[in-house]
Design a protein. Structure first.
Length: 133
């Protein structure tokens, strides 16, 4: 926003970024970035995450993700995200749970480097200044 100019737009946009694993898609790991109309959705997701049991690792909690139609203040219709709690990974999903926990633990030691030519992320083994995503 330009000081004194009531017509100028916002100087910055809030972004809420999440790393998710998609068990129904062969455990693909994807980045989800919510901004603008997604900020309210992100705040709701953050509340769901905070309300979850603290003794259950976030990496094994499941959410049902869909899109819903919304209408802007100007009457334009658009699709937005919706997240609902869906329990935790069960014993029949033990390999997915182990993989999810491995991904989560890896971020304490440097994260993953995304290789666009390979479906599986590569584990970082060095501590250089490359950005992992």
């Amino acid at each position: 926003e330009i000081p004194g100019d009531t017509e100028s737009g916002c100087a910055a946009t809030a972004h809420h970024n999440y790393l998710v694993m998609l068990p129904t898609q062969d455990n693909v790991v994807a980045a989800v970035s919510l901004s603008r109309s997604g900020v309210r959705v992100a705040k709701n997701l953050n509340a769901l995450i905070k309300m979850g049991s603290s003794n259950i690792p976030l990496a094994v909690r499941k959410f049902h993700v869909t899109t819903v139609e919304e209408t802007s203040g100007g009457g334009d219709r658009f699709m937005n995200w919706q997240f609902k709690p869906a329990g935790i990974l069960g014993s029949n999903e033990a390999s997915t749970a182990a993989l999810a926990l491995d991904y989560a633990k890896s971020f304490k030691t440097g994260g993953y480097v995304v290789d666009q030519n390979d479906a599986a992320p590569k584990k970082r083994t060095d501590a250089d200044d490359r950005v992992p995503f």
